[in-house]
Design a protein around this ligand. Structure first.
Ligand code: HEC
Ligand code: HEC
Ligand code: HEC
Ligand code: HEC
Ligand code: HEC
Length: 237
């Protein structure tokens, strides 16, 4: 059988192939490096939202509880982002006759334009997601907040943010380090949505003094049977 030979005109291309291969190696190396680069894990990611909704005003100044808006967070895997109707409770627009309700807050604010439009058209607001794990990772809010892990541990001081940004690197190492040693991150469930709360041994909850955090956490874990796992199938199912 005749050996296959490349035609002679290929020879000059060999140089180009060599350069392309070298560039490919550099590219693959860079990609490999980026996977562990904190930037790709999105710390500080702060997308512009369609409405300049401020947690600093609503959760901070007005002290609305997180559950007023994220009402599924204690029951479900996902923390629901509120529908427009929740905003309209306070920001109701003028009626057809141009009359605004007495209690309406900023009924004609330009910033709230997209909310009024969403309400009149019955279309939801296209909020941009801030936190987003890869689809091969399973996460569950209810399991965490009902064990006494506060929103602040994973999201930072949302109640002080004008625009929400990602405060923590949601890496596998981060998840696992808490699963191994959860005690110092646990607090009474009644305080999970109080982001500025700090441990005070003298504080009384349900008629009992809290005492030292480490003692409280140890007995809380026993009582509620809290044992976060680190085997792969817990988070990759
Ligand atoms: C008045 C309603 C309201 C309250 C109260 C509220 N939020 Fe939000 N939250 C929203 C809306 C609307 C968004 C989506 C727009 C944005 O990201 O700002 C959001 C987004 C978020 C996000 C980002 C979600 C994502 O896309 O990754 C987090 C985290 C969050 N809220 C946590 C909290 C915490 C913690 C509290 C309590 C301290 C709280 N929120 C109180 C309405 C609210
Ligand atoms: C143990 C860490 C942890 C705690 C505690 C936690 N979150 Fe989250 N939160 C996350 C992660 C991780 C995501 C991204 C989930 C995903 O991409 O599937 C997220 C996403 C969100 C979102 C976007 C919607 C969603 O479910 O993906 C909202 C809103 C939110 N969190 C609000 C809250 C509020 C409010 C609390 C406290 C009541 C809270 N979170 C407590 C880790 C946490
Ligand atoms: C419990 C009542 C209440 C709810 C519910 C509420 N807000 Fe507000 N909002 C307020 C108040 C009060 C202010 C005014 C604060 C100020 O002016 O100091 C405000 C101010 C604002 C502003 C600034 C308006 C301007 O022109 O300065 C925006 C934007 C806004 N809210 C968006 C929203 C969105 C979006 C939702 C739903 C996710 C929402 N609000 C839910 C009470 C509420
Ligand atoms: C600050 C501590 C902490 C962090 C951070 C944390 N976890 Fe957890 N996780 C817990 C605790 C506590 C439990 C409850 C274990 C129990 O009830 O036995 C839990 C339980 C779980 C469960 C079991 C839920 C179920 O339905 O049984 C999953 C899945 C999980 N975590 C995934 C994650 C992932 C993914 C991350 C990172 C994005 C993460 N966790 C970060 C503390 C943490
Ligand atoms: C507590 C939750 C948790 C457990 C347990 C866990 N993982 Fe992960 N894993 C994650 C998260 C979160 C990510 C996504 C991190 C990111 O986006 O960088 C991830 C990403 C990965 C990736 C992709 C890495 C990459 O760079 O893209 C692999 C592979 C993986 N995990 C394998 C495993 C194996 C094998 C085990 C068991 C030894 C395991 N995981 C246990 C949460 C977990």
């Amino acid at each position: 059988m005749q050996r296959f030979l490349f035609p002679r005109w290929v020879n000059p291309l060999l140089g180009i192939f060599a350069v392309a291969t070298a560039a490919g190696v550099v590219f693959a190396g860079a990609m490999g490096g980026l996977i562990t680069d904190p930037k790709t894990l999105n710390v500080g990611y702060e997308p512009t939202q369609p409405v300049p909704f401020s947690h600093a005003i609503h959760a901070g100044q007005l002290k609305l509880d997180c559950r007023y808006c994220h009402n599924t967070v204690f029951e479900a895997a996902h923390a629901a982002v509120p529908p427009t109707a929740t905003c309209i409770n306070c920001h109701s627009p003028a009626d057809d006759a141009g009359q605004t309700a007495l209690a309406a807050v900023h009924p004609t604010s330009v910033k709230l334009g997209p909310i009024r439009e969403s309400w009149s058209l019955g279309r939801s607001v296209a909020w941009t997601r801030v936190h987003n794990l890869p689809s091969f990772v399973y996460f569950n809010h209810a399991a965490h907040v009902n064990s006494g892990v506060s929103c602040v541990t994973c999201h930072g001081r949302i109640d002080q943010m004008e625009t929400v940004y990602q405060a923590k690197e949601l890496s596998m190492a981060w998840c696992i380090s808490c699963h191994r040693e959860p005690n110092e991150h646990l607090r009474p469930i009644e305080r999970v949505t109080k982001l500025d709360w700090e441990w005070d041994p003298e504080e009384v909850i349900d008629g009992k003094k809290l005492g030292k955090q480490e003692d409280w956490a140890a007995s809380h874990r026993l009582e509620s049977d809290i044992n976060p796992l680190v085997n792969c199938a817990v988070c990759h199912r």
